[in-house]
Ligand binder design. Structure first.
Ligand code: CP
Length: 308
């Protein structure tokens, strides 16, 4: 079992069959994390480098845990502890790392397209752990695993994605992935946070949040990405929250067994009320758990699938 491509760069590139293969493999790997000894020898002798040039809690930790649970030698490098701060370029750093013969490099970087550049230059498999506002494919895969577990299918699901769509790599990856898997996607957010021409991807666009979440099976809330904005795109947080914040009253508009998702980190009381984030419809912590399984599956399929 192998993926059809050397790298995992985006959901735009990932095939329908590869998505199914990752989700099925992740499902079978979940059991390992429930054992008293959470470790299998599958990737013994393989080397994984987690190269995070942007901040991360969930993605970096879960890639490290995934590598270690599969017995890969797992090395973490961050911007502040690497020679990037001495002026070394990303390409020179990547070539230096490649000389140590890693099997997989996981890259998070603020520049869109940086994993694609490394994938062309290096023979190691590259996994995109988030490149600027472009894509975050492993987040979309764990989101899809969570939806499939809870709903039994992806095809025909009505998924509403609400918030800062234009700066969200999570939204973009989920749109590509979900449309490919037969779900319908409704986007809601201020017009200033809606990417131009996004309707060409096969989604519906709503300025009114209530319209988008009506009868939704899944509501995915997004954080406002202040770090990627150089101008104010809404009058105030209070006003934003009034128009696009998810609260108990708005949930009543969705399907009665709706699930509430958020990639994290959440801004409590802005896009989501705390009682909703940790309420009965929330699967936010399941998403985090599924992140480990999905990343184990990807490491296995890229580095060890043929030999297990
Ligand atoms: N969802 C996500 O990418 O979270 P982190 O930034 O904490 O990795």
């Amino acid at each position: 079992m192998k993926l059809s491509q050397k790298d995992v760069l985006g959901m735009k590139e990932m095939t329908h069959d590869d998505i199914n293969l990752v989700l099925d493999t992740a499902e079978s790997f979940k059991e390992i994390s429930t054992r008293p000894i959470k470790k299998v020898p599958t990737l013994r002798g393989k080397t994984l480098i987690n190269f995070f040039v942007e901040a991360s809690t969930r993605t970096r930790t879960s890639f490290e845990i995934a590598g270690k649970r599969l017995s890969a030698d797992t090395i973490n490098i961050s911007a502040t502890t690497s020679s990037l701060i001495k002026g070394e370029t990303l390409i020179d750093t990547a070539k230096t790392l490649e000389s140590m013969r890693p099997d997989i490099i996981v890259l998070r970087h603020s520049a869109a397209g940086s994993p694609h550049l490394l994938a062309k230059l290096l023979s190691a498999s590259i996994i995109n752990a988030g490149d600027g506002a472009h894509e975050h494919p492993t987040q979309a895969l764990l989101d899809m695993l969570t939806m499939k577990e809870r709903k039994g299918r992806l095809e025909g699901l009505k998924v509403a994605i609400v918030g800062d769509i234009s700066h969200s790599r999570v939204a973009r990856s989920n749109i590509y992935g979900l449309i490919k898997m037969g779900a319908s996607v409704a986007l809601a957010g201020p017009a200033t946070m809606m990417p131009r021409y996004v309707e060409r991807l096969g989604v519906s666009i709503h300025i009114n949040m209530e319209e988008a979440i009506a009868d939704a099976d899944v509501i995915m809330m997004l954080r406002i990405q202040m770090e990627r904005q150089d101008e104010s795109l809404f009058p105030s947080l209070r006003e934003y929250s009034h128009c696009y914040g998810l609260n108990g009253k708005r949930i009543e508009l969705a399907s009665k067994d709706v699930i509430i998702m958020h990639p994290g980190p959440i801004n409590r009381g802005v896009e989501i009320a705390p009682e909703v984030a940790y309420g009965p419809y929330s699967v936010i912590l399941d998403q985090v758990s599924n992140g480990v399984a999905v990343r184990m599956a990807l490491l296995y399929l890229l580095a060890g699938g043929g030999e297990a």
